[in-house]
Design a protein around this ligand. Structure first.
Ligand code: GLU
Length: 412
């Protein structure tokens, strides 16, 4: 089984055990109802390449649970995508929406493809075919996809446009759309801004002052987190991406780095910093892993110097690394809380699409921060009360909430 799925299921099992679900709700099979997705959709996508040849891909959508609301979650285009990965990410979405109290269940989609192997027109055909295959399983009141790794507003625009050919009411079928097609102000920046919002609260609780931050990943999450940190006057001392890692202990000029990355495609070679071996182990007080899953593992966890880790990526810490960090007293704000900013503003986008009334960016941000702050305080207080880690607290709170909804609804 895929490590990500194994880890997520183990965390859910541990939460179910701590909550004594089997004793409290005997004979209800709640653990199985949590672990097994509601629906798994796997399909073939035949796409015509620009040279006329046909390339066949697999496509997936896993609808994990709608106990708390309609299915919600992004679509990933990445060569590592397989069904287990999509199942894991769908489960994380169910937990994430529960922790931050938005009225959604969880789902995820994906295609095993390297987006840079496709031309723009080939990518468009792939997206349209994906929608065509799923048209009866998605919808503004059924399942609402969004961007994830390898997809962005551009793909969401094609997604919306294709769905619109089949159904009249279409705006809310997908979030993360361009502003002109009903997207929300602040959606693109939301995950990164949310990571910083959780980080500020967690750092305050740890009494960290004048702290220095390292960021792994400078894409859709990491670059916006860096900008928000810069706005807040917080020093970013190290940044890494697939091209390499760089550091400047006096602080990186984030706007200059953003401009450099837009021009060159990566952080490597940025003149106002030195190249370093690995951003994860760089000297810093706070670390934001905003790139891939399983980035922090047994072999590098002991070398991490940060006192606080805020997970911008989904599943960046393996269970073995988590145990090492916990023993070392490193506080970890878990993914299902820390990176929920994206899906929160997706929810706002969907609400705006339904209302036909669009909010100012300041309103979007104020509501985003209010929801995240409340979720953080709830998780922190639960952790203090039960003497658990923030991750255990977040999982237990989410599982409890989902199970109550399942029990209230009856046999689903
Ligand atoms: N892909 C993002 C996530 O993993 C956003 C999902 C959404 O907006 O529905 O949370």
């Amino acid at each position: 089984m895929d490590a990500l799925l194994d880890n997520a299921l183990n965390l859910v099992r541990r939460a179910s055990k701590s909550l004594d679900l089997d004793k409290r709700f005997p004979g209800q099979s709640l653990s199985q109802r949590l672990e097994v997705p509601d629906k798994i959709i796997a399909f073939r996508l035949a796409v015509q390449r620009d040279d006329g040849s046909i390339k066949v891909f697999m496509g997936y959508r896993v609808q994990h649970s709608d106990a708390l609301g309609i299915y919600k979650g992004g679509i990933r285009f990445n060569p590592d995508v397989d069904l287990d990965m999509v199942k894991a990410l769908a489960l994380l979405m169910t937990l994430k929406t529960a922790v931050v109290n938005i009225p959604y269940g969880g789902a995820k989609g994906g295609v095993p493809v390297n987006p840079s192997d496709l031309s723009v027109t080939e990518t468009e055909r792939l997206v349209r075919k994906y929608v065509h295959r799923l048209v009866n399983d998605i919808g503004p009141n059924i399942d609402v996809p969004a961007p994830d790794m390898g997809t962005s507003e551009r793909e969401m625009a094609w997604f919306y446009d294709e769905y619109r050919k089949h159904r009249d009411i279409a705006r809310g079928v997908v979030t993360g759309k361009p502003i002109d097609l009903g997207g929300s102000l602040g959606r693109t920046q939301a995950t990164g801004r949310g990571v910083v919002c959780v980080m500020l609260d967690a750092a305050r609780d740890l009494n960290l002052r004048d702290y220095k931050v390292a960021i792994q990943g400078f894409g859709k999450v990491g670059s916006h987190a860096a900008r928000k940190l810069f706005e807040e006057g917080i020093t970013v001392v190290a940044v890494g991406d697939i091209t390499g890692s760089i550091a400047n202990r006096h602080g990186i000029d984030v706007p200059a780095l953003v401009e450099y990355v837009a021009r060159t495609g990566g952080v490597k070679g940025f003149a106002e910093a030195e190249p370093i071996e690995d951003v994860l182990t760089a000297p810093c007080d706070v670390l934001l892993p905003c790139a891939l899953e399983n980035a922090i593992h047994e072999d590098n966890a002991t070398k991490i110097q940060a006192r606080l880790i805020v997970e911008g990526a989904n599943g960046p810490t393996t269970p073995a690394a988590d145990a090492i960090l916990q023993d070392a007293g490193v506080v970890v704000a878990p993914d299902i809380l820390a990176n929920a900013g994206g899906v929160i503003v997706s929810y706002f986008e969907w609400v705006q699409n339904r209302e036909g009334f669009y909010w100012e960016e300041d309103d979007v941000n104020a509501r985003l921060f209010a929801l995240l702050r409340k979720a953080y305080v709830d998780v922190r207080d639960y952790a203090l009360k039960h003497k658990s880690s923030l991750r255990e607290a977040a999982y237990q709170m989410a599982v409890e909430k989902i199970c109550h909804a399942m029990m209230a609804r009856g046999v689903q």
